[in-house]
Design a protein around this ligand. Structure first.
Ligand code: HAM
Length: 414
């Protein structure tokens, strides 16, 4: 047997209903807040992420499924959706066709990470992105929408963390302060942190190495270095969240593992998921559109991990049961049974049939296993009279019904 690739998963019947539920709620919430759907390719040029996600990030350094294609081009499976959405926004000049570019997308992402519960190499995200709005009211709306989405799924016991990572005007002072505070401790940090210190000191906050944590916890916080404009922006975001009655906590280490963020960053954590507890994360990225060759437009958004939402869902979501199982009694009834099944399906009823000319008993057994609400028995004398028998499985009642009336009877019974 050839097994699935490590870190990838089949979503089996029985589990898929939970996925469809999460996706349906995601679409409903997005559309309620004025987002339209966009679908971008799963494969993109490698440089899009090197430039967009950032050369100094773990994603670009260690986790991309990048390769040279047969034409000699460097491409990669997308590790995240944001750079691809920005590319599409620029490539199709979407700000001209969409009055407020609010976009959402659902689909698979790929990161070569160490698989564990809630962390996979192929995983799925809901992504939402908005372009061209700098006002903090939008930051608060995006954060509030993310929380409403999680609540609409019935996931309780969550925590909203927010932070501000400043802008290119205040970032250099903060990076300098970080290096200064590290001072003699820098050589004590892990190899990755040494590399981060030169490439992008902010990334030191991404470190998960236990021995490094006491040093990192003692470092200065980005909010202490915000310029006036960034400080006011962050205050305003918090005011709006309070007005919405949305509880939050300011988390000074929340710099997020991607290089494009400016100002607001946020995450929603679930209490019942163990180590991989971030249900969603996002933030503002005001320089990214320009960096990727577009006009100077602000951007903000978030991505939610569908695997984690599905894990955190409170109640079972079951597959729809069939409305009808059509049982043919005797060979001469088979054709009539198939024709009836076709009619029932055309009328919108979920209909199963037997293909293998089993005995009546075997067909009833099978109908029972499928959970069908009704069995329609086709055959015998009734067939000659233009009738079928309808049996309601819950009560065991059965009666003859004119074939022409069967849809009506089944509809009124379900
Ligand atoms: P991210 O924090 O890398 O952000 O991912 C967002 C969410 O995707 C995480 O909170 C988690 O739920 C899920 N996720 C990430 N990696 C995995 C994995 N290996 N297995 C399962 N789930 C995972 C981004 O991707 C940004 N593009 C978000 C964004 C959009 N920022 C602005 N706009």
């Amino acid at each position: 047997m050839i097994a699935a690739v490590r870190g990838t998963r089949d979503i089996l019947p029985g589990a898929v209903e939970r996925w469809r539920h999460v996706e349906a709620v995601a679409r409903r919430i997005c559309e309620r807040y004025g987002y339209v759907e966009l679908r971008t390719p799963i494969i993109e040029r490698e440089e899009l992420f090197a430039k967009g996600t950032g050369e100094s990030t773990d994603i670009v350094q260690k986790e991309m499924y990048a390769f040279t294609d047969k034409g000699g081009e460097r491409v990669t499976l997308r590790p995240e959706a944001t750079p691809g959405i920005v590319r599409a926004f620029v490539e199709h000049a979407l700000e001209q066709s969409l009055p407020v570019p609010k976009l959402y997308t659902l689909g698979p992402m790929f990161r070569y990470e160490r698989p564990q519960k809630g962390r996979y190499r192929q995983f799925h995200q809901l992504n939402v992105e908005v372009f061209g709005v700098t006002d903090p009211s939008l930051d608060a709306e995006v954060v509030e929408m993310a929380c409403s989405f999680v609540r609409a799924l019935g996931i309780g016991r969550t925590e909203l963390l927010i932070n501000s990572v400043g802008c290119p005007a205040c970032r250099p002072a903060f990076s300098e302060a970080l290096l200064k505070a590290l001072g003699d401790d820098l050589p004590k940090l892990c190899g990755d942190c040494q590399r981060r210190a030169t490439a992008n000191p902010l990334r030191i906050f991404d470190c998960k190495v236990p021995a490094d944590q006491p040093i990192i916890d003692a470092l200065p916080h980005p909010v202490e270095f915000l310029c006036d404009a960034c400080g006011e922006h962050f205050d305003a975001v918090q005011r709006y969240l309070r007005a919405y009655g949305q509880p939050f906590q300011v988390s000074h280490r929340l710099v997020r593992g991607l290089d494009y963020y400016t100002r607001t960053t946020f995450e929603v954590l679930a209490s019942n998921l163990g180590a991989q507890n971030a249900l969603l994360g996002g933030g503002r990225y005001d320089g990214l559109v320009k960096k990727l060759g577009g006009p100077d437009r602000a951007g903000i958004g978030f991505a939610a991990g569908l695997e984690r939402l599905v894990l955190a869902l409170p109640e079972a979501v079951s597959a729809p049961v069939p409305d009808v199982f059509v049982a043919a009694i005797g060979d001469e009834a088979r054709e009539a049974a198939f024709v009836l099944a076709r009619l029932l399906r055309a009328e919108g009823l979920r209909t199963l049939v037997d293909y293998e000319a089993r005995s009546a008993k075997a067909q009833f057994k099978r109908a029972n296993r499928t959970g069908a609400r009704h069995v329609v028995i086709v055959g015998g004398d009734e067939l000659a009279r233009g009738e079928v028998t309808v049996k309601t499985m819950a009560t065991g009642e059965q009666h003859a019904v004119l074939r022409a009336k069967v849809v009506e009877v089944l509809r009124s019974a379900s």
